[in-house]
Design a protein around this ligand. Structure first.
Ligand code: GDP
Length: 345
């Protein structure tokens, strides 16, 4: 059996070896990904993001255990864009390994930055495909922070959980970083601490503001129907939209995890029952293809340039002797990266 067949048959060492090849970008990697691609698209992918210390790793562990009690298999990808290490154990992993190690229904992989963040998002998407092909039911991708890099990585997820915690001063940061747009479920963790209710209220307020800003008067009427706790009922809306629920959790005690798990599954059902899952897949396919094409065209172009030409043009732009658009046109004309002759003057 070759490596791909072994992986598809459930061999864990084969899975780890394929992931290493993909991460290292070996010559064999593209062929492996191509062979596996037809087996992907079955896992439900859950992104977990939030500031450091909010309790993401603890929550991911607890969620993994909750899934295991329902018999589902779980892959975990821990992405740390700030750490230069890869493939080895990140700090949070030691806790995780101790908790979850030895369960064949769980597979854990850490990833960290190598060069550009764009490269990390690309590598994460590839590793995700490999774990998906290996047949895991749910894949949890945990990213540190709430910056653009994490949002890019989260875009690979079907359901995105944004974790907040009281006392981190994130109420404002959350609005800035645009997490309101990416969150399908909010978890306010460390609900045992003072200020958790305040964080929940701040999130409700942000949702209210967003709804008031975006909704038509008719939709506003729907949202005006109050649930018993004084906020619109979360989840699927009468107009077909989705209002992210805000779930309080105490990850260290496993409290609220069952509810969080329930909301993730409800969101998965919602995506399946509407046409949103296929729409999201199409958007994702488009952006993946765009990115690969951009990378390859740029690489081809740079390969064809005479040595030193790029540096001299960059220097000319920096000295304001040439504008960057004209420079790009000149390089394209000189290199004709598509080999069509169309770029020639
Ligand atoms: P991450 O950096 O977001 O992954 O956060 P961790 O999961 O590593 O948690 C950071 C710290 O907060 C650890 O010491 C956890 O034990 C602690 N922690 C996690 N969840 C809770 C919680 O619900 N309540 C309290 N009080 N502490 C928690």
């Amino acid at each position: 059996m070759d490596l791909v067949e072994q992986l598809l048959a459930g061999n864990r060492r084969a899975l780890a070896r394929v992931i290493s090849q993909v991460e290292d970008g070996t010559d064999a990697a593209q062929g492996l990904l191509a062979a596996l691609y037809g087996h992907t698209g079955r896992a439900h992918v859950i992104g977990i993001t939030g500031p450091p210390g909010s309790g993401k790793s603890t929550l991911v562990n607890a969620l993994a255990r909750a899934y295991r009690t329902t018999g589902k298999t779980v892959g975990i990808i821990a992405v740390d864009p700030t750490s230069p290490f890869s493939g080895g154990a990140l700090l949070g992993d030691r806790v995780r390994m101790r908790d979850l190690a030895g369960d064949p229904g769980i597979f854990i992989r850490s990833m960290a930055t190598r060069g550009s963040l764009g490269g990390l998002a690309r590598a994460t998407a590839d590793v995700l495909s490999v774990i998906d092909a290996a047949g895991f039911d749910r894949i949890l991708i945990e990213t540190v922070g709430v910056g653009q890099a994490e949002i890019d990585i989260a875009s690979a997820a079907h359901t995105t959980i944004v974790v907040e915690a009281p006392g981190l001063g994130d109420e404002v940061q959350a609005i800035k970083a645009g997490v309101l747009e990416i969150a399908d479920v909010f978890a306010v963790n460390k609900a045992d601490r003072d200020g958790a209710d305040h964080t929940v209220m701040a999130l409700h307020m942000m949702q209210g503001l967003a709804a008031a800003g975006m909704a038509s008067p008719a939709a506003g009427h729907h949202r005006g129907e109050r649930a018993s706790h004084g906020h619109p009922e979360a989840g699927e809306q009468p107009d077909g939209g989705w209002l992210p629920p805000i779930v309080k959790t105490i990850a260290v005690r496993g409290e609220g995890v069952e509810e969080l798990h329930g909301w993730i599954e409800r969101h998965a059902d919602y995506l399946h029952s509407t046409r949103q899952l296929s729409q999201r897949e199409a958007v994702r396919a488009r952006s993946e293809l765009d990115q690969i094409l951009r990378d390859r065209l740029l690489a081809t172009l740079l390969r064809r340039l005479p040595p030193g030409q790029l540096d001299s043009i960059i220097a000319a732009i920096a000295r304001r002797e040439m504008d960057p658009y004209s420079a790009a046109d000149r390089l394209l004309a000189a290199c004709d990266p598509l080999g069509t002759g169309a770029g020639a003057p």
